[in-house]
Structure formats: C-alpha cells, structure tokens
Design a protein around this ligand. Structure first.
Ligand code: SF4
Length: 247
C-alpha cells in the first residue's frame, strides 16, 4: 500500500531507519518500491553510485523511473553514459533542463564562466542550472532516490537511509548511505553496468565539465569539484540540503 509522505513523522522515520540500516541497498529499494511505487524516481547524475543504483532499481522494477538534470555544461563522457543507459535498460530518461530565459539573463550579465569569479556567482549558476530544474523535477514525485554515501564526508556523513526532505516536501532515500566507493565499484563491475569512463581517469566525483577535474591518489574525492574554492564546506551545489534533527 502506498504511504502518504505526511505519515513520515520523526518517530516513524526512526523506526524505518532502524530496520533499513542493516539492509543491502537492493533490499532498501525493494522497500521503497513497495512503499511509493510509481511515485518515486532515481535522480541520477550518472556517477558510479547512480548507475549502480539504477541497475538495482531496474532489477526490482523494469519500469523504474530515472530522472536527470542536464545543465547543458556536462562532460561529453556523461552524455555517452546517458545514451548507454538508455539503450541498456530501454528507459525513457526524464531529463530536466535549465530555464533558457534564466540562462540567457545570467550569461548576458555575468558571462559564460561566471562561476570562477566567486562563490556568489557559482551558486547563481548552480541555482539556475541545477537547483531550479531539480525543484521542477521533484514536484512530480513523493520520493526520490539518491546515490549519496556517508563516507563522502562533510554534511553527507550525517545522512539517514530515509529522510524527510524539507526543501522539496517529499521523502529522500539514500540506499548507498553505508556503502564505500569500492563496494559501489565492485557492484558495477560484477553486473557490467555502463559507467562514466572519467572514473578511470581520476574523477571519483563528476559534475559539470568546467567545474570538475581529476584528483590525485589520497586527495579528498570531492576536491576535484569547484577546486578553485578554498572552503571545503562549500563543495555542494544546493541539491542536497541536510535535514534538521526534527525532520
Ligand atoms: S557545477 Fe559549475 S557549470 Fe554546473 S551548474 Fe554549478 S557552477 Fe554551473
């Protein structure tokens, strides 16, 4: 039976998380499919975590919904894996683009590569190209699945398996919260899941082309994102806001 998101109060979430915490990500997705059915989608950036998760999701439900944000600044390698995924799973990928009027206004006033000139500009660009399209995408679902992992550090170390997402007034599910990057990679290899070839070139985390670079062995995996910014706490694009303890 589908459960309305209003039933996910703090105590309910605590009970669900206590149970799901011990589950394999596939079992967590089974619970999510049973709970939300077609009112749930995986929001994918086609990084290693997301391609692994979609493979698990599709094995449970071959009509599993897959959404993505095309910022219009993605690396070519990301477009390649998007095409490969479409073919492999015969999935109609729900793609959300930035509002072109907003892009035009931003570029005309601040330039194409405004993000290199300070955090305010960078947040503006992420807002236009990612945050607003995400809001549009999530307005149509009761729950969304992400590939966040706790060992990615910073605010991500606090994520729950299931959270109430206050920003979007829905439920956010993080089935890979307890997995390491190596576990994700092993899953992808075992199931021959198409993945972004940039991962083999030193890119553990892949975003827009002008804002992502390879990292060296031993460096923080997210240090290749917005690498010119000194503050490591700023390395989020606004898509993932940590819930308050009450939520
Ligand atoms: S990652 Fe870079 S190009 Fe992409 S939306 Fe953010 S600032 Fe803009």
């Amino acid at each position: 039976m589908t459960i309305p998101t209003t039933q996910f109060d703090a105590r309910h979430l605590e009970r669900i998380n206590a149970r799901l915490e011990k589950y394999h990500p596939s079992k967590i997705l089974e619970w999510a499919v049973e709970t939300f059915r077609g009112e749930m989608a995986l929001m994918s950036s086609f990084g290693l975590e997301d391609v692994a998760l979609y493979d698990m999701f599709w094995r449970i439900d071959d009509s599993a919904r897959l959404m993505t944000l095309d910022t219009l600044r993605l690396p070519n390698e990301t477009y390649t894996v998007i095409d490969q995924t479409r073919l492999r799973y015969s999935v109609d990928i729900e793609t959300f683009y930035p509002d072109l009027v907003s892009v035009k206004k931003m570029v005309e006033s601040q330039g194409n590569n405004l993000f290199y000139r300070g955090l305010t500009n960078r947040k503006l660009c992420c807002g236009v190209r990612k945050v607003e399209p995400l809001e549009r995408a999530l307005s149509g679902v009761k729950a969304w699945v992400t590939g966040l992992r706790r060992d990615q550090g910073m605010e991500r170390s606090e994520i729950g398996i299931v959270e109430f997402d206050e920003s979007h007034a829905n439920i956010k599910i993080n089935p890979l919260a307890n997995w390491s990057f190596d576990e994700v990679r092993a899953y992808v290899q075992e199931h021959k899941v198409p993945y972004n070839e940039l991962h083999d070139k030193g890119y553990p985390s892949i975003g827009c082309s002008p804002c992502t670079r390879a990292v060296k062995d031993g460096e923080d995996p997210r240090s290749g994102r917005w690498w010119w910014e000194a503050d490591p706490d700023s390395k989020e694009c606004g898509l993932h806001v940590v819930p308050t303890p009450e939520s």
